[in-house]
Design a protein around this ligand. Structure first.
Ligand code: SAH
Length: 276
């Protein structure tokens, strides 16, 4: 369990991969725990409504006819923000059925069900869209599951020419960094790289890099870590004495401490590209 949860906004797929590398299997309880934990949060990764809107401000091709996909949408925090600020149809795709249930409930509550729909699926597979049918592909904190470059390459075929891609990805801010945080990320997500390296990858994958900006610190502190405090307390009480729960929560706290210690060296970056 230790390694698996190093990357706290871990997904089932990554978890399974890491566990199988170690010849361990993740229990259904652990998987349910991850799901329950993140279901209680509006966002399953660092981000904020302001950051989502800022990224959206670089996209200029949207109309009421537009088709948008949000890949690895989770429970849809950012999708609902997108929906309230665009007119087109949005499909959210996520691996976890529980997240998609919450997503569709959120869309219904907000009166968006007629144009916002969540579907269960894996980004590892062919996506449920026609070739060259999408105007925009969105993905916050999720493309790492198949790798930044691989995601950009594979998703390109679903975009119309001139369509946009907007993704967030963990990135290094500096060329050099302390060993402790370097080792942490190599274990959790070795695809992390510097911002110039990621921008070059966007170009190599057939997009014009349109905009790049670092997510402000409050995307981590206020919008990601702060809401977890209450969820941790709730789960520790609900599963009092359960070692798996105690370990899970203590790794989450360690990840948060590392962020505070090393936030000058890494963070999330929004990358926006246009298909050429
Ligand atoms: N975009 C959301 C969730 C980010 S967390 C937000 O920013 O809040 C990463 C999400 O990717 C999780 O919801 C996880 O279930 C999903 N995910 C992981 N592997 C996936 C896969 N193979 N296919 C689709 N979704 C996946």
């Amino acid at each position: 369990m230790t390694k698996v949860l190093l990357c706290f906004y871990v997904c089932a797929q990554n978890t399974f991969k890491k566990m199988s590398n170690e010849n361990k299997t993740i229990s259904q309880f652990e998987l349910n725990l991850i799901c329950e934990y993140f279901s209680n949060l509006e966002r399953q990764g660092p981000g904020s409504p302001e950051a989502t809107l800022k990224a959206l401000s670089f996209i200029d091709n949207l109309t009421s006819e537009s088709r948008i996909a949000d890949i690895g949408c989770g429970t849809g925090g950012q999708t609902m923000e997108l929906a309230q600020n665009t007119l087109g149809h949005i499909t959210g795709l996520d691996l976890f059925p529980d997240f998609i249930d919450l997503f569709n409930r959120n869309a219904y509550t907000l009166g968006l069900s007629h144009r916002v729909k969540g579907v269960v699926g894996s980004m590892e597979d062919a996506l449920p869209f026609e070739r060259e049918s999408l105007d925009l592909i969105w993905s916050e904190g999720a493309i790492y599951n198949i790798g930044f470059e691989q995601g950009l390459r594979r998703w390109r075929e679903y975009l119309k020419q001139g369509g946009y891609i907007a993704v967030t990805e963990a990135s290094w801010f500096t060329e050099q960094r302390p060993q402790e945080i370097h080792d942490f990320w190599m274990e959790a997500e070795p695809g992390i790289d510097t911002i110039p390296a990621k921008v070059a990858q966007i170009g190599h994958c057939g997009y014009v890099p349109v905009a790049t900006f670092i997510l402000p610190e409050n995307c981590w502190t206020e919008h990601y870590y702060a809401p977890q405090v209450g969820v941790r307390e709730m789960l520790l009480e609900k599963y009092a004495g359960n070692q798996a729960v105690i370990d899970f929560i203590s790794f989450g706290r360690q990840e948060e401490e590392l962020y505070h210690k090393y936030k000058a060296f890494y963070g999330y970056v929004f990358y926006i590209g246009k298909k050429i």
